[in-house]
Design a protein around this ligand. Structure first.
Ligand SMILES: [Zn+2]
Ligand SMILES: [Zn+2]
Length: 997
């Protein structure tokens, strides 16, 4: 399968080899390899095969080990008689050393002789070790020389069919190659501890091991071995991890370690360096693994795991299956070596499978673990009188769930360095990260930045991979902060430079709380998003618990299916080797009845029929030319208007508002003070505290029961700038916004959406006329006819910018979130909390928006290139349309209120508020029977009283939260806001703003 990034794919043409073919191959290809083996371990190059140096006593152990590895290889290829000359020479040198030890030092033969003499022709050692007499068999035992049949091994299935086993020559070469180089690696002196003082030993160890591995790979290529034996690969992983650790432990430049071997399988390298497995980049894997947008910090287990497991199981499944035997029994072989060969040849895919799962970071499925149990239980029968070779690396299997039988096949000791809190020295890593972080603060050209980021990624990956999550969790907050800061930058950089993606660390190896802390600190997630996600989760839960159709029934049926009796006799030890599974027992799971309450849909806002609120002031005034779209033919009467063309009137208003009695019905000519009363009344009548408006209202029912969206008519506007229809705003790719604009929900208020950068962004220049087009808006709004504007609030939240054009020429643009004017986006949360209206910004082109008019603020906009752009400039592309006058507050209330589903009155403008205050004061003065010329002190006292009286005047229903909110005087708040709105409060008179009354 080409999908695997192994240097030589596993399904390399399975060689069909004969004994003769193998012997020719070994003779031709292995002689040089043997010479190199001798050179590596003697530490010198050999010009001549005769240059064998005497073996010093202290080196004899190593040489025994090395030579035995070669002897086994040649024995099982039936070539003990025809070993390469250099091997024979070296063996003789070792034997001479043993002979000397016996003769001169009086060491007994069993201690002096380490070479496996019984696998050697007697003439090879008779000269050095005389008096040894046993029968030498050149043919290997336990396995047939010709075709690899495992002698005497037979399995009889319960149906009486017997099965013999074979290890063909290709498999045999793979096993022999693995055993040869595994033994050679074992002969190398063990790695020193990771301490700076140990550098000299570490250096020679690293170099020696690298040479042996290079040779192992060369031999594999020469022998046409596709993939190493799994046990050898497990050993490779261990050596690769040490080479990685050496990089941070000894703080040296180790450029020629195993890590830089070109033949290293990418999945091992990725694991060692803490990089995302290359496997994730394959097309079939989920996109989220490589996405670098705002969600990069989220843990990927959920999204990635199933597809990763599936890929690995697909890869190894067939091989694993082929190792499973049916029910039956063994005819035990006479030769124990037969069982060894059986195990060696069948365990390989198992180790490979678990090793791959381990480095890719997934847990194998239960059925695979069950299959492993079945395999080991079955194989253990062959090892009833001795121990099997412990060939499964214990680090890569889920030890806690394995039976004792299975553990007999696992290595006793953990071998891989996975949890090492003691070795994580924060200052070492800070020293590494700080210069990079500092250099990134400068303005760098992209290629330079890329190089720095790549270095940062490498260090970060190694940090995450080297110590285990527990160690990271305990490390210093400073290291955490700096690491996550760099990582966030790396992801931002990768969004621009995609070749960086492959260097990004595997997010699953970072402690989850590091990610969460960072996301909160950097504003990658906020309260609104969290609330929305919980809401979505609840919707899914709801769906799960309240399935459509027969799913529930299906679950019940499945769970209450008859339990098949399994007979386990009393003397069977559940942990013992003899445990046989007839069939996986099914558990009887007690069902709990869950009664689900029907959803309460009373909270859904009353439906507003668009016909009721379409305001047709003049029937002859057709939709203006720029609005003509395919669906509204030019000149055709608009048939959806069924209203008497009386314009809007109080009568009309009250009839359309009959479902929301708390709305303001008062005539617009009423004084501001009277309106204030109306507002207070409506507030008092409203059961919901105002503070609650900030939080999104959970409304699961509404979202799951989405009505079909009204037709959105995207029309071509005649503009002076070249606008592309439907052009996607790149800002939506920014971390915060992508998720929202990709999924909603649209039916829930969202006041948290704003361009965060506005408040702190000092880099964007303030607009000046010389900036020209840079102050123009670039994105087209969605244009709706009011009759299609049912559920308008949701549409505005979804599209950000919606234009409503009435046939009378009245045009209102309603914007939301990041498309609101800059001033609206800078509104304080406490201000937003005061009114549902502040979620939106509505305006006519070229004019000050409604909220800015009411709040008496300078209305400014921001583009990608500059800030503080006046509306008249921002709307230049639409300038040829003469701006219509923004409807008065009351009109807005009556037109937009029902469309947006807002039932509370518009907040008062500053002027109206001041008037109301003045009036109040006058009345108070009258009551006290005093003249207007009150003293300053009295004024102050009155104002204080004013503040304290307020909450009580607004009635008991309002909650504490709101009164706290109110305790801050409106003016103070405005003052505080203006600190952020540095340049927005300038005089507007230069611009053709049209405002409220
Ligand atoms: Zn605004
Ligand atoms: Zn504004």
């Amino acid at each position: 399968m080409s999908a695997w990034p192994a240097p030589r794919p596993l399904e390399h043409e399975h060689q069909v080899l004969s004994l003769l073919g193998v012997q020719t191959l070994v003779t031709v290809k292995m002689t040089d390899i043997c010479k190199t083996i001798v050179e590596i371990f003697s530490g010198t190059r050999m010009i001549n095969d005769m240059d064998i140096a005497p073996i010093p006593t202290e080196k004899r152990d190593v040489w025994d080990h090395v030579m035995n590895a070669c002897i086994v290889f040649y024995h099982y290829t039936c070539m003990s008689d025809s070993m390469p000359f250099i091997l024979k020479q070296q063996i003789r040198a070792v034997l001479r050393s043993s002979s000397n030890a016996m003769a001169k030092e009086g060491i007994p033969p069993h201690l002096a002789i380490g070479i496996d003499l019984h696998w050697l022709p007697p003439d090879m050692f008779a000269k050095w070790i005389p008096g040894v007499d046993w029968e030498y068999t050149a043919r290997p035992q336990g396995i047939d020389s010709e075709d690899g049949t495992l002698t005497g091994l037979q399995f009889v299935a319960s149906d009486g069919v017997s099965q013999a086993f074979q290890v063909d020559w290709y498999q045999r070469l793979v096993i022999l190659h693995g055993e040869l180089f595994g033994s050679l690696l074992d002969a190398c002196s063990p790695y020193p501890a990771l301490h700076v003082d140990n550098w000299p030993q570490a250096k020679s160890s690293l170099s020696l091991i690298r040479r042996v591995w290079d040779l192992a790979d060369e031999a594999a290529q020469r022998l046409c071995i596709g993939a190493y034996a799994a046990q050898l690969e497990a050993r490779l992983l261990r050596d690769v991890l040490y080479a990685r650790d050496a990089r941070w432990a000894f703080q040296r430049d180790i450029s020629d370690s195993l890590l830089s071997s070109p033949w290293l399988p990418p999945h091992l390298l990725d694991f060692a360096l803490g990089r995302q497995p290359s496997l994730c980049n394959l097309p079939a894997a989920s996109q989220s693994a490589t996405s670098v947008g705002g969600d990069w910090w989220r843990r990927l287990d959920g999204a990635e795991t199933p597809s990763l497991i599936a890929r690995i199981e697909m890869e190894f499944g067939p091989m694993l299956l082929s190792t499973l035997l049916p029910e039956g029994s063994w005819h035990e072989p006479d030769d124990p070596r037969t069982a060894h060969w059986y195990l060696q040849s069948r365990i390989d895919p198992w180790i490979n499978f678990f090793l791959r799962c381990f480095v890719v970071g997934v847990t194998p499925s239960d059925s695979m673990i069950m299959a492993l149990e079945h395999f080991t239980t079955n194989t253990a029968v062959l090892f009833s009188d001795r121990d099997p070779q412990r060939c499964i690396p214990i680090d890569v299997v889920p030890v806690r769930v394995l039976s004792r039988t299975c553990l007999r096949f696992c290595a006793r000791e953990p071998n891989l360095p996975l949890h090492r809190p003691a070795l994580l020295k924060a200052d070492v890593w800070l020293e590494r990260f700080e210069p990079i972080a500092a250099s990134l603060k400068e303005q760098l050209p992209l290629p330079t930045k890329f190089t720095h980021m790549r270095d940062a990624c490498e260090h970060l990956g190694i940090l995450f991979a080297s110590f285990g999550q527990e160690a990271l969790e305990r490390s210093s907050p400073r290291l955490q902060r700096l690491a996550m800061e760099l990582l966030n930058q790396a992801h931002l950089c990768a969004a621009k430079e995609s070749s960086l993606i492959q260097h990004l660390p595997d997010i699953r190896r970072i402690p989850p709380f590091w990610l969460r802390n960072m996301a909160l600190a950097c504003g990658l997630i906020n309260a609104t998003t969290i609330a929305r996600e919980i809401q979505e989760q609840l919707q899914q839960d709801q769906h799960l618990l309240n399935p459509v159709g027969n799913t529930q029934q299906a679950i019940i049926t499945q769970r209450s299916a008859a339990v098949k009796p399994v007979h386990i006799s009393e003397d069977v030890d559940m942990d013992a080797d003899s445990l046989q599974f007839e069939e996986e027992p099914q558990h009887n799971i007690g069902m709990t009845d869950v009664e689900l309450q029907p959803r309460n849909e009373d909270h859904a806002p009353p439906a507003v029929t668009s016909g009721d609120i379409d305001i047709d002031m003049d029937a002859d005034d057709m939709l203006p030319a720029p609005y003509v779209s395919d669906s509204v033919p030019s000149g055709a009467p608009r048939t959806e208007v069924q209203h008497p063309r009386s314009g809007w009137s109080p009568d009309h208003a009250s009839s359309s508002e009959s479902k929301s009695p708390e709305n303001v019905h008062q005539n617009r000519s009423k004084s501001a003070a009277e309106r204030d009363d109306a507002q207070q009344n409506s507030n008092a009548a409203q059961p919901e505290p105002v503070a609650k408006k900030v939080a999104p209202r959970p409304d699961a029912g509404q979202a799951s029961k989405k009505k079909p969206l009204p037709t959105v008519i995207v029309i071509k506007l005649t503009t002076t700038a070249s606008l592309k229809a439907g052009k996607k705003d790149p800002i939506r790719d920014d971390p915060d916004f992508r998720a929202y604009y990709a999924s909603g929900p649209w039916n829930v208020p969202n006041t948290g959406m704003a361009l965060e950068a506005i408040k702190i962004d000092t880099k964007l220049p303030t607009y000046t006329p010389t900036l020209g087009k840079k102050g123009w808006r670039r994105f087209e709004p969605f244009v709706l006819s009011p009759s299609a504007a049912e559920n308008l609030a949701a549409l505005v939240r979804q599209h950000g910018m919606v234009v409503l054009g009435w046939s009378n020429g009245l045009i209102i643009e309603i914007t939301h979130g990041i498309y609101r004017c800059q001033t609206c986006q800078q509104m304080w949360p406490s201000t937003i909390a005061q009114s549902e209206w502040w979620e939106f910004c509505w305006r006519v082109w070229g004019g000050t928006c409604g909220p800015c008019s009411i709040r008496n603020k300078g209305c400014r906009h921001r583009t990608a290139d500059c800030r503080d752009v006046p509306p008249s400039v921002y709307d230049v592309p639409y300038k040829q349309r003469k701006p219509t006058k923004l409807p008065t507050s009351d009109m807005t209330l009556l037109i937009l209120g029902p469309l947006l589903g807002i039932k509370v009155p518009l907040p008062l403008s500053k002027n109206a508020k001041q008037q109301a205050k003045r009036k109040e004061k006058e009345e108070a003065a009258k009551l006290k029977g005093q003249s207007k010329g009150s003293t300053d002190l009295e004024e102050e006292v009155r104002q204080q009283g004013d503040v304290h009286q307020r909450p009580s005047r607004r009635g008991q229903a309002r909650k504490k939260a709101e009164s706290e909110d109110d305790a801050m005087e409106e003016d103070d708040r405005d003052e505080a806001e203006s600190l952020y709105e540095d340049s927005t409060d300038r005089d507007d008179s230069d611009y053709e703003d049209t405002g409220y009354v």
